[in-house]
Design a protein around this ligand. Structure first.
Ligand code: AP5
Length: 214
């Protein structure tokens, strides 16, 4: 099963993608996590990506597409994968389609987690992230067991640099401009499914598994 998670920054794509990956035993591929790992490790890619991410801008397609195309051709992806944060532009979607067509495959579902802008800024200011293992929390709706510490690896939790309100606004503008057109792109392919992302996390996951099947 090959799934794309669509939705505004903070809509809950990552939260749901992790659960989907667990239930259907497919890898969770988050371009945001890949870039953050590169930033943490001080790689050239990380240095370039950081310049864009800190401003709430998209990392250029040429730095992003090859990375994902390589990843989805690895062995663990042969039964499918869930893409979180990719594609984010029409050229990225076209590159993905072209790469899959070459190997006689196509995406099965694009799931749009729909959350209005007014809910997003609040959610993001309450998010806390572990930059070591990628786990995310929310100070109200999903608090860690020990304040400020990751449940999984014990590392310190941080407010992501790009989760500050002014950067979130910029990310929302970029989302509407560059990423929202993908909703029509996948509607036209007949694979778009929408879920109401304002519901509690468990209800969102149930809505998704109703779409994907047992
Ligand atoms: P990325 O990491 O992909 O950020 P994003 O898309 O902006 O998404 P987020 O991770 O911020 O949010 P999410 O939807 O996953 O929400 P989450 O589940 O954490 O990308 C970061 C940056 O990298 C981009 O801005 C860009 O610069 C660059 N980048 C990445 N991919 C790129 C690409 N393909 N091309 C170019 N550039 C790229 O949930 C948010 C919070 O809400 C959490 O605290 C969570 O606990 C809480 N929450 C989740 N669901 C619910 C719920 N139902 N009810 C209440 N709270 C909830």
């Amino acid at each position: 099963m090959k799934i794309i998670m669509l939705g505004a920054p903070g809509a809950g794509k990552g939260t749901q993608a992790k659960q989907i990956a667990g239930k259907y035993e497919i890898p969770h591929i988050s371009t945001g996590d890949i870039f953050r790992a590169n930033i943490k490790n001080g790689t050239e890619l990380g240095k370039k990506a950081k310049e864009y991410m800190d401003q709430g801008l998209l990392v250029p397609d040429e730095l992003t597409c090859d990375l994902v195309m390589d990843r989805i051709q690895q062995d663990d992806c042969k039964n499918g994968f869930v893409l979180d944060g990719f594609p984010r532009t029409i050229p990225q979607a076209e590159a993905l389609d072209a790469a899959l067509t070459k190997i006689g495959q196509k995406m099965d579902y694009a799931i749009d987690v729909d959350v209005p802008d007014e809910n997003i800024v609040n959610r993001m200011s309450g998010r806390r992230a572990c930059l070591d293992c990628g786990a995310t929390y929310h100070i109200v709706s999903l608090p860690p067991k020990t304040e400020g510490k990751c449940d999984h690896c014990g590392s310190d939790l941080v407010l992501r640099e790009d989760d500050k309100p002014e950067t979130v606004q910029k990310r929302l503008t970029v989302y509407h401009d560059k990423t929202q057109p993908l909703i029509d792109y996948y509607k036209n392919q007949g694979i778009l499914k929408s879920v109401d992302g304002t519901q509690p996390m468990e209800a969102v996951f149930t809505a998704i598994t109703d779409i994907l099947g047992a």
